[in-house]
Design a protein around this ligand. Structure first.
Ligand SMILES: [Fe+2]
Length: 316
């Protein structure tokens, strides 16, 4: 596979697993096109054209030295200059794939957060409330990533002539769908049952060995789960802390999240919403693994690094 083919596959898989469905994504892109058409010529020049075709602006190709057939990839959750050096040291790496956004993918992280409005609406939170609270938070995240050194890893890749791309939200969509399907199938009744169910997933089993397994942040093992939602697995980063009260009103009993800040945890506790933290690197690994399996099927060798717990689900 060529780099562009690998990238296109990731976007396609992300769309297939997306809460909004193919139709929802089509509408999302159409709205972007409408906005673009209304811009002045000068504004059109400044507009990121990728936004017209790619619903996941936090996932990009950064630097193609040579778009050759990819046989070996180095892939990890956070790729920094150290990992680019590791790729050079190992040798024969055709492409480095990061999970978390870098470069302009990082600068555009807030763009994918709109997805959370649809996820919340899917679980019964009125769309006007979801949009109102999320819009506030999206602006906050956009300001937050503005100050970062976006190009650091991309610059290292350019200097060392390493091909580089990242896949963020498409993989988080895969993780969310995997967990949603499993939970809907097994229907855990109590928080303890939910934790036990998560602990059967190999990525979480591995994470438990280093003390990073699934944990209860709000609630107790004997609490009933009520309606379980996957509102905090995909959609960029944490949403608004003010959402928990609205979620409780919408009939949500338990949130399964990758990670959670203290401010969010306190709000969830006040709203009596149970919170189960599946684990950050492990949940990211789950989504990335589901994508990497497709590359492995095509004969590409995968070398995991930077926190990626590589589990292959390919029957051998
Ligand atoms: Fe992450």
């Amino acid at each position: 596979m060529l780099i562009k083919e690998i990238y296109n596959l990731s976007i396609k898989m992300g769309i297939e697993a997306d809460f909004r469905g193919k139709e929802g994504i089509k509408k999302f892109l159409e709205r972007k096109k409408e906005k673009y058409e209304k811009l002045s010529e000068k504004e059109k020049e400044e507009f990121d054209k990728d936004a017209l075709e790619n619903p996941y602006l936090d996932s990009r190709i950064y630097h193609i030295v040579q778009d050759k057939e990819v046989k070996k990839v180095l892939t990890g959750i956070d790729i920094e200059p150290a990992e680019i050096l590791i790729a050079k040291e190992i040798g024969g790496i055709d492409l480095v794939i990061a999970h978390h956004p870098i470069g302009k993918g990082l600068a555009h992280l807030a763009d994918v957060m709109d997805l959370q409005c649809d996820v919340l609406s899917f679980y019964g939170v009125p769309i006007n409330i979801a949009e109102g609270l999320m819009n506030e938070r999206i602006e906050e995240v956009a300001r937050g990533v503005n100050k970062l050194n976006h190009q650091r890893t991309v610059d290292a890749a350019k200097l060392l002539k390493v091909n580089l791309m990242n896949v963020h939200t498409p993989c988080d969509n895969l993780a969310a769908k995997f967990l949603k399907d499993l939970i809907e199938k097994k229907k855990p009744e109590r928080i303890g049952d939910l934790i036990n169910l998560l602990k059967e997933i190999p990525e979480y089993k591995e994470a438990m060995k280093i003390g990073a397994g699934p944990k209860i942040f709000v609630g107790a093992p004997e609490n009933r789960c009520g309606r379980i939602t996957l509102t905090e697995i995909t959609g960029g980063t944490e949403g608004s802390p003010k959402l928990y009260e609205k979620m409780a009103n919408a009939g949500i009993g338990t949130v399964v999240a990758m990670h959670q800040s203290e401010e969010h945890r306190k709000e969830a506790q006040t709203a009596n919403v149970n919170v189960v933290i599946a684990g950050h690197m492990s949940s990211d690994s789950l989504g990335v693994n589901l994508f990497l399996d497709e590359l492995e099927k095509k004969g590409i060798e995968i070398i995991p690094c930077s926190g990626l717990i590589r589990i292959s689900r390919i029957e051998k």
